[in-house]
Design a protein around this ligand. Structure first.
Ligand code: NDP
Length: 254
């Protein structure tokens, strides 16, 4: 059996098993199975990977930084962002990758924007900041902002509000609660001036609802989820895939 999983906490909401299992089925990979693993302590990620004899894993909030630290080798853009969302067993080595950022950019390819504000400063924000070199960053607290040396960074307290075309929520606010990613007063001013809002969370959040009230074009994270999944699927199997076909299958089960 070739076992794959998603590591996260919480992880019960994850639609990844449906997405990957549908693709395994399409390719008649009958001995491939993708499941969910609730991991409380990120430090255990490699220990659990080995114990369960996993071939490949997706890594989600809040474990991407542990996956980066503990993988045997890290390749590609993950080295720069210091966060890993995909672990693959390759020749007895557990190799870490990051497919989030390319997936996100693909998902908003029809948007026409110049200025960007990224809300949040975790692993996903770091990945996206490499794709949006001129974006400003707004985070709830100071600590993680030190990772964004090439960007203008703000906390809620010192934020100088200006016009941005595109506002991106990369925080986990709204994932399993009713929180907005920044104070409502700030978001309302931003939304009055913006054209687009994009969220990395793939269900409707208070952030998306508020943006719609201001008539913005709003995108949830489901397309990002699909495309980063296509890139992971490519690493999980050892043959050439048709990316568009995989994206279609993944979308059909979301
Ligand atoms: P991290 O744990 O690395 O970072 C979390 C960030 O969210 C921090 O900036 C944190 O701020 C902020 N935050 C958490 N709670 C709140 C809150 N109540 N209000 C304001 N800010 C808050 O998370 P990741 O970057 O790994 O993931 C973030 C989100 O992205 C998750 O919801 C995850 O599900 C989603 N995601 C979606 C993907 C997709 O394919 N659609 C792919 C990857 C991730 P602070 O520094 O102050 O703690």
């Amino acid at each position: 059996m070739n076992l794959f999983t998603i590591f996260g906490n919480p992880v019960a909401h994850s639609k990844s098993p449906r997405m990957y299992n549908a693709c395994f089925k399409k390719y008649h990979l009958n001995n491939y199975c993708y499941t969910r693993t609730l991991l409380e302590n990120g430090e255990d990620i490699i220990k659990v990977f080995k114990k369960l004899k996993i071939k490949g894993a997706s890594v989600t909030v809040p474990h991407k930084e542990w996956a980066y630290k503990l993988a045997d080798e890290v390749r590609g853009i993950a080295k720069e962002i210091k966060a890993v969302n995909c672990l693959v067993l390759e020749d007895d080595k557990i190799v870490g990758y990051n497919t989030d950022a390319p997936g996100f950019v693909e998902s908003i390819k029809e948007f026409n924007y110049k200025s960007v504000l990224i809300i949040g400063a975790g692993g996903t924000a770091k990945a996206l900041s490499l794709m949006f070199k001129n974006a400003d960053i707004l985070n709830r607290s100071e600590n993680r902002l030190k990772d964004f040396k090439n960007h203008k960074t703000y906390t809620w307290d010192n934020f100088e509000i200006k016009k941005y075309d595109l506002i991106i929520n990369t925080t986990s606010a709204g994932l399993s609660d009713d929180n907005l990613p920044a104070p409502r007063e700030i978001l309302e001013i931003l939304f009055k001036k913006a054209k687009y809002a994009a969220d990395v969370i793939y269900h409707t959040t208070p952030f998306q609802k508020l943006a719609k009230e201001y008539n913005l074009i709003v995108k949830d994270g489901s397309d990002m989820l699909v495309y980063q999944g296509v890139l992971q699927f490519e690493k999980f199997v050892d043959f050439k895939i048709d990316r568009d076909e995989i994206a279609k299958i993944m979308k059909s089960v979301l």
